[in-house]
Design a binder for this molecule. Structure first.
Ligand code: SF4
Length: 231
């Protein structure tokens, strides 16, 4: 498994915001998001950062997580990247099984463009970042994203990262087409591309349209310096 970094911090977004969390950040992503700078370049750019990436076995990761948590399974585990599902699925299977067997909560932030294996739905809480046109990657993996979405449960979530009004309209269209009529659907989170739009303005649009979406402000960017690593 290729790993960019493993560290402990506070979860700044998604359903487990505010929880003490160990982040396992996998290296490599099948997207680049050229529409706005990806905030984890160190996890996606092999030319600049490959020398920092670590080849780790599942046992190595478990050992590092246990070192950080002291075996305390009340700590949230977050699989992130990059794109976690670029890694070998049998390794992810083994890793999530380990955490599952020890009653850790495990969540996964993913771009949703690679088909998720069946076993993953019962072991991790997904937060699927549904790419909008402003990212420059909305056209990649559309079928896969929709297929993954319909396998998510109400315990999972979809995240829209919105750059401008065009992105907001695109998110509303996706919501109307796939999500609005679905019962027990995954929760919808929305937030801005940092520096491109204000949460105030975006929230007014959401409220005016009466959408049952939840604001996702990426709290870690407010309590830490957002340019620092390991936050
Ligand atoms: S999908 Fe996520 S990790 Fe990959 S390039 Fe886009 S923002 Fe970065």
């Amino acid at each position: 498994v290729r790993v960019d970094e493993i560290y402990e911090s506070i979860q700044g977004e998604g359903p487990r915001v505010g929880m003490r969390t160990v982040f396992i950040r996998f290296a490599g992503c099948n997207l680049r998001c050229p529409g706005w700078p990806c905030d984890t370049q160190h996890a996606i750019d092999p030319k600049l950062y490959r020398h920092e990436w670590m080849d780790m076995s599942v046992d190595d990761i478990v050992e590092e997580v246990n070192r950080i948590t002291n075996g305390d399974n009340r700590v949230n585990i977050c699989l992130t990247g990059g794109e976690p599902f670029l890694q070998k699925h049998e390794d992810l299977d083994e890793l999530t099984q380990y955490f599952n067997n020890r009653h850790y909560l495990t969540e996964c932030f993913s771009n949703g463009t690679l088909i998720y294996p069946e076993w993953a739905y019962t072991r991790v809480c997904f937060i699927m970042d549904w790419k909008l046109p402003g990212s420059g990657e909305a056209a990649v993996g559309t079928k896969e994203r929709v297929r993954n979405y319909f396998n998510l449960s109400y315990l999972d979530a979809v995240k829209f990262v919105i750059k401008d009004e065009a992105d907001y309209f695109a998110a509303k269209d996706i919501y109307k087409e796939h999500m609005a009529m679905r019962e027990m659907r995954p929760e919808i989170y929305y937030g801005v591309v940092w520096g491109a739009l204000s949460n105030d303005k975006l929230t007014k649009w959401v409220m005016n349209d009466g959408l049952p979406w939840r604001l996702n402000v990426q709290m870690h960017n407010y309590i830490y310096n957002r340019d620092d690593r390991g936050i």
